[in-house]
Design a binder for this molecule. Structure first.
Ligand code: ZN
Length: 699
């Protein structure tokens, strides 16, 4: 799973690249002309200059692999952090900017993708026009909210805000400011057809902990949040902004109480709830569901998958019990927040001050052109995609990446054959999953058709409004239709990778198949340690706690025996404890349970990548480079995937809300691999040392 870090509403966590997880909302920073950091490295292979050889690999492998880079790198003022992912994202961002510039110069005909990209970008860049329009674009929407007098009016208004803005399995987008979020995806039982899934929503801050946690840090944040909401309301022309802010926050507090935790959201068994329309009235009274669905354009839909049933129940009750005035203020605040980036400066700046500076520690806003690129990428990503793929991903690179994938899959086949803890029937289904796995490399086979998305060169607000509706309408039009298993969930220009469990498919976009992750000219051993471990990570999700819930056809079906589960749980618990012990801030530990799936994927990924690299040599040793053996290069390349620096606020947020561990601890997964001990002569007494029987082995 992963997220679009280029959501137009920049306040939201540029989500978390799940599956392979970007480490953070690493804002794409960087000025267009300071190209140094974004250029691909001149050399091929591991970055020796990034090492810190004063550190023992066995004491702190992450700093050994990245200490030199950490020492000389500063986090740019316009970012929450920096790392390999964000550096590659910068490069992709610059390339996309060039694509948009070319589109603008081409004088493409109205209605073409090129013209839409240019108009979307230019409308956003025309700050004078946005200032001149002032609050006008908001007026009709605020008037609709002001006209709410009854619970029925309120219900209709809530229904109209439903958007296709969450994604619980592929892109790990677990939050929406709307009452609920909709995801359209293959059904749990019938994975051949698309179903609507409903998720809890309604909060502006990233998760329930921000409202309920009693630590001083969170209490202070809530004081800031209150002043932020009051300011936004005042700037949008509301009187009594403080009274209104108090009401909104009280309502959000109650919504947070109804929410379930992130680790519960990730539990597929808890999400498997098929509700008929009659179930909604019975199980979640308080909201007139018929009116709600009718307003959402889903009046005809008979069944929904309800991901978070207790939260729906709790939130529906609040629609009945909380004052209509509070809900009206809440609707207004959520509207203004969602579109602040296409409204006058004072609103956009205040939105950034809270969500960028205070919540993530970013000191200054990114350059406008980059925000414009992000916007085009988010709303017209499949218009950019084919051009990007054609320009930046050669057929030779694609063939080489496909060969690596084939070797990784072969390595998993062998590993699974040799796993004694899995029952024979389970092993057979695991092999079947590998056989039917669709692995997309570089770019998709089909592209979205934007012909019904209207873009105007002078209407930044309207463009964003229509983009969100266009996406929603396109998604709900898919409900009930046959599933395309080869459909992608990520654009080629996105620096990430993803596992799509309901399609039994993986996507590796062109933008992650770039140095240092993947360099067709680097020694193969380095590619195996870097991108090979990423590919292995994604494949591993096919069999993990999440993957064990989906069979080779993508259906939700438990194909493990109770004994398989028992053994798996026991090993997983060992790994949970390993991660629980990591303490990025005094008193703040990594949450082993919340990050278990990703940590297991990292472990499986590097194990299989190591086997694949060894198998590719047919028993020979990889050539030494710069005094490093093949195995040393392999592990260093892996460790260098995770080189990153983050601001404290952003790192705290990641620890609380992300399914991935911070990069440092992802690098340290090597302590479970025997070959790492041999490669670096790691001895008992060194900090990362684990005795052979303490090392976790799962896949
Ligand atoms: Zn993952």
């Amino acid at each position: 799973m992963i997220t679009h870090f280029c959501l137009p509403a920049s306040r939201r966590l540029p989500a978390v690249l799940c599956t392979f997880g970007l480490l953070l909302p690493l804002a794409l920073g960087q000025d267009k002309d300071t190209a140094a950091v974004t250029n691909p490295p001149a050399h091929h292979g591991i970055a020796v200059e990034n090492l810190d050889r004063s550190v023992q690999p066995g004491d702190d492998f992450y700093r050994y692999a990245n200490g030199g880079w950490i020492a000389r790198t500063e986090i740019p003022a316009d970012r929450a952090g920096i790392g390999v992912f964000s550096i590659l994202a910068d490069r992709s961002s610059k390339n996309i900017a060039a694509i948009i510039e070319e589109a603008a110069k081409s004088k493409a005909p109205a209605g073409s993708n090129a013209r839409k990209m240019a108009d979307l970008y230019n409308a956003y860049m025309d700050e004078a026009a946005i200032e001149a329009r002032g609050l006008k674009p908001l007026e009709p929407h605020l008037a609709e909210i002001a006209a709410i007098h009854t619970r029925h009016d309120l219900t209709v208004a809530l229904g109209k805000t439903l958007r296709a803005d969450v994604d619980m399995l592929n892109n790990a987008v677990f939050s929406t400011p709307n009452l609920f979020g909709l995801w359209v995806a293959p059904g749990f039982k019938d994975s051949d057809h698309y179903m609507p899934y409903l998720l809890q929503g309604g909060l502006e801050m990233p998760s329930r902990d921000y409202y309920l946690d009693q630590s001083q840090h969170m209490k202070d944040l809530r004081v800031e949040y209150y002043s932020h909401i009051a300011t936004m309301l005042r700037l949008a022309g509301f009187e009594d902004s403080e009274t209104r802010a108090t009401r909104v926050i009280d309502l959000e507090h109650h919504i947070a109480e109804a929410h379930i935790s992130l680790s519960d959201i990730e539990d597929i068994a808890k999400a498997n709830n098929l509700w008929t329309r009659a179930d909604f009235a019975e199980k979640a009274p308080g909201l007139d569901w018929d009116a709600y669905f009718e307003a959402a354009g889903l009046g005809q839909q008979k069944e929904f998958m309800v991901w978070t049933p207790t939260a729906l129940t709790g939130e529906a009750a609040l629609v009945a019990s909380k004052p209509i005035e509070a809900w009206k203020d809440w609707l207004a605040v959520h509207l203004i927040e969602s579109y602040a980036n296409v409204l006058p400066h004072n609103l956009a700046n205040e939105e950034f001050r809270f969500f960028g500076k205070i919540m993530s520690g970013v000191q200054q806003q990114r350059p406008r052109w980059q925000l414009g690129v992000n916007l085009v990428n988010a709303d017209l990503g499949d218009a950019v995609g084919p051009i990007y793929a054609q320009k930046y991903f050669s057929p030779e690179a694609k063939a080489q990446a496909q060969a690596m994938v084939a070797n990784l899959i072969a390595a998993y086949h062998k590993r699974i054959d040799q796993l004694t803890w899995l029952a024979p029937s389970t092993r057979a289904e695991a092999q079947a999953k590998l056989d039917s796995l669709y692995v997309g490399i570089g770019y998709p086979e089909t592209w979205k058709d934007y012909s019904t998305y209207e873009v105007r060169s002078d209407d930044a607000f309207g463009n964003s409004w229509r983009a969100s509706l266009w996406k929603y309408d396109s998604e709900i039009a898919r409900i009930g239709k046959p599933v395309d298993r080869h459909e992608w969930s990520m654009e080629p220009q996105t620096v990430n990778a993803v596992n799509l469990p309901l399609q039994n498919a993986l996507n590796f976009p062109a933008a992650i198949l770039q140095p240092p992750f993947f360099d067709p000219e680097a020694p193969p051993v380095v590619n195996y340690g870097a991108i090979g471990a990423v590919i292995g990570h994604e494949i591993s999700h096919t069999f993990d706690a999440e993957g064990s819930a989906f069979d080779s056809k993508g259906r939700v079906r438990n194909w493990w025996t109770p004994e398989d589960h028992a053994h798996f749980e026991q090993q997983a618990e060992k790994l949970e404890k390993q991660y629980d012990a990591y303490e990025p801030f005094p008193g703040i530990h990594v949450n082993g349970k919340q990050t278990i799936d990703e940590n297991i994927a990292d472990l499986g990924g590097i194990s299989a990548a190591y086997d694949a690299y060894r198998a590719s040599l047919n028993g020979a040793e990889a050539p030494e480079m710069g005094g490093f053996t093949g195995d040393e290069q392999f592990f260093i390349a892996f460790g260098q995937n995770w080189g990153s620096k983050a601001r404290e606020a952003a790192l705290r947020r990641q620890v609380l809300t992300d399914g991935h561990s911070p990069g440092e601890y992802r690098a340290d997964i090597v302590r479970n691999i025997d070959a790492w001990y041999a490669a670096f002569l790691v001895k008992p007494g060194e900090k990362l040392y684990l005795a052979p029987d303490e090392r976790v082995r799962i896949w």
